[in-house]
Design a protein around this ligand. Structure first.
Ligand SMILES: Cc1cc2nc3c(=O)[nH]c(=O)nc-3n(C[C@H](O)[C@H](O)[C@H](O)COP(=O)(O)OP(=O)(O)OC[C@H]3O[C@@H](n4cnc5c(N)ncnc54)[C@H](O)[C@@H]3O)c2cc1C
Length: 497
């Protein structure tokens, strides 16, 4: 016998889950949310984020609708540009090598703006991402890389606002409540088996939405699906996303879908803890490499640090770092660019070396062949096309020619002391493989049919991201597909009432 019952049961307590809960509530459903984490650690990976959201906007008027708090001064001194749906499609297609599922891409992109506007109506506030996505050019803050909007208060703010809204709308949240299995029979899903503390019990539901993250925090699955060596990666966010939702759905016949060997992984402090630390948030990341060089243990470069805006390279360079000897590298900068380094370089918990000469720096780069490092820098300095002007806000084409590893933009010689270097390893953000859904957020089985009563959203849905990822799309897809899944589940529950 079920101990508890509701119309829509949402598994997970991050952005996708809470958005789904709000959408289901809007359909009049009685909604219960199961959050595996205790209340102090609630919010999943979403809470660890900067709250950046990639959304279509066709000009200032759209941004004003999303952010009515924009001041006249901000409007006057900012160059927000536009981010059209065509640009979004191009960016997603380019970085996923044309593999993103076209239906999902279309839903994500065409509903991005309306979904944020709807969230705004639910009390979620947004602001321009001045700190990380804009540089001052000719007296104006110029936004770059298609990423302009963030949730007020970043990830922690987003989770706080979503919870406030859920509470206000009458959503019930159970903490420390881990979904273990779906309760299903031939007519579909009827609820979830839950473990809370030492107790196990069933929650009956007319519809279940799975939104409980990928398998990034499961070292065994990482090694099995991402490949050897991934057990050694650090996890950037929550320790609770161990693939439970994917496993539970596969157990009742759901279809595995998407890039199961792929993931989002970045440059992350070499001495960061095994899982994310909520007090540090995303600040272990080191994302200013387009203005410097990344050097491995052999003293060599191994990627084009300036291949594209960091929003389109950072999510795949974690894998490149994991593949280096010892799974680390040093990011090296000279004083010409140090002022451009993001805030995350100035935190206390950083693995850093500083020196007044390149020779001294070489001796301080732990684990690196110093002689080879000096040779690499000398060759690089000779190759920089210094006559091309440097401009961090556009792809400036300031390249370095004739090197074994090319360099396309933002190339600067390394010759102005003091020098700074930061040791990084691979930080895994989330996994790309998961479940298949249809346009209504219904989970599809291995026969290609929807599983009655089962919906999904967020990280555990496959098909959108392959190889790489455009920054700010994780939250946006969680919101868009969370709203779709919650709305569908709420409607289905009303029909079966
Ligand atoms: C450090 C960091 C920075 C990031 N920055 C950004 C950014 O700025 N912009 C962006 O778009 N994306 C960013 N991302 C990616 C983004 O966090 C994810 O894509 C997005 O938050 C996923 O949302 P979700 O709701 O699917 O999963 P999560 O937010 O991870 O939520 C999953 C939830 O499920 C719960 N759970 C797990 N298992 C169970 C179970 N068995 N039963 C019940 N509950 C369970 C977890 O406790 C958690 O509450 C970042 C990620 C990290 C780690």
């Amino acid at each position: 016998m079920a101990e508890l019952s509701c119309d829509v049961l949402v598994v997970g307590g991050g952005n996708a889950a809470l958005t789904a809960a709000l959408a289901a509530r809007e359909q009049g459903a009685a909604v219960v949310v199961l959050e595996r984490a205790p209340v102090e650690e609630r919010g999943g990976n979403s809470r660890f984020t900067a709250g950046a959201m990639r959304v279509v906007y066709n000009g200032l008027d759209d941004l004003v609708k999303l952010m009515p708090d924009l001041t006249d001064e901000e409007k006057r001194t900012s160059d927000f540009g536009v981010y059209t749906s065509d640009q979004y499609f191009d960016d997603l297609a380019r970085v996923t090598q044309d593999r993103a599922n076209p239906d999902m891409a279309e839903l994500l992109i065409t509903r991005s703006f309306d979904t944020l506007l709807w969230l705004r109506g639910k009390g979620i506030r947004f602001m321009p991402m001045y700190g990380r996505q804009a540089f001052k050019v000719d007296g104006k803050m110029k936004f770059w890389g298609g990423l302009t909007v963030e949730a007020y208060g970043g990830g922690p703010g987003l989770i706080e606002m979503l919870h406030k809204s859920a509470e206000k709308n009458g959503v019930q949240v159970l903490y420390g409540a881990r979904a273990q299995a779906l309760v299903a029979d031939e007519s579909g899903v009827r609820g979830v088996r839950v473990r809370q503390g030492r107790r196990s019990f069933d929650v009956a539901a007319k519809a279940v939405v799975l939104a409980c993250g990928g398998f990034e925090s499961n070292a065994e699955w990482r090694t099995r699906y991402l490949g050897p060596g991934w057990d050694l990666a650090k996890v950037r966010g929550t320790r609770f996303n161990t693939g439970d939702g994917i496993r539970m759905a596969l157990e009742i016949g759901a279809m595995p879908y998407g890039n199961w060997s792929g993931c989002h992984a970045v440059a992350w402090d070499r001495n960061a803890p095994e899982f994310g630390d909520l007090a540090v948030g995303d600040n272990f990341q080191k994302h200013s490499y387009p203005f410097g060089l990344m050097i491995n243990a052999k003293g060599e470069r191994f990627v084009d640090e300036g291949a594209d805006f960091r929003n389109y390279t950072y999510a795949k360079y974690g894998r490149a770092i994991l593949e280096q000897p010892g799974q680390f590298c040093w990011q090296v900068f000279d004083s010409k660019v140090v002022h451009l380094l993001r805030d995350e370089y100035r935190i206390r918990q950083v693995t850093k070396a500083k020196a007044d000469t390149l020779e001294e720096l070489a001796s301080k780069l732990e684990g690196v062949d110093g002689a080879a490092f000096l040779k690499t820098i000398a060759a690089y300095n000779r190759a920089v096309r210094q006559e091309i002007p440097f401009n961090p806000a556009v792809k400036d084409g300031r390249r370095a020619d004739g090197l074994p590893v090319p360099r396309a933009n933002w190339a600067n010689t390394l010759d102005k002391p003091p020098y700074e270097a930061y040791a990084v390893t691979c930080g895994l953000t989330f996994t790309f493989g998961g479940l298949k859904i249809d346009n209504d957020g219904r989970v599809i089985d291995t026969e290609g049919e929807p599983i009655r009563g089962l919906y999904a959203a967020g990280e555990l849905v496959g098909g959108l991201f392959y190889f790489n990822y455009p920054g700010g799309t994780g939250l946006m897809s969680g919101s868009v597909f969370g709203k779709i899944a919650g709305t569908s589940a709420g409607k289905a529950a009303a029909v079966t009432a």
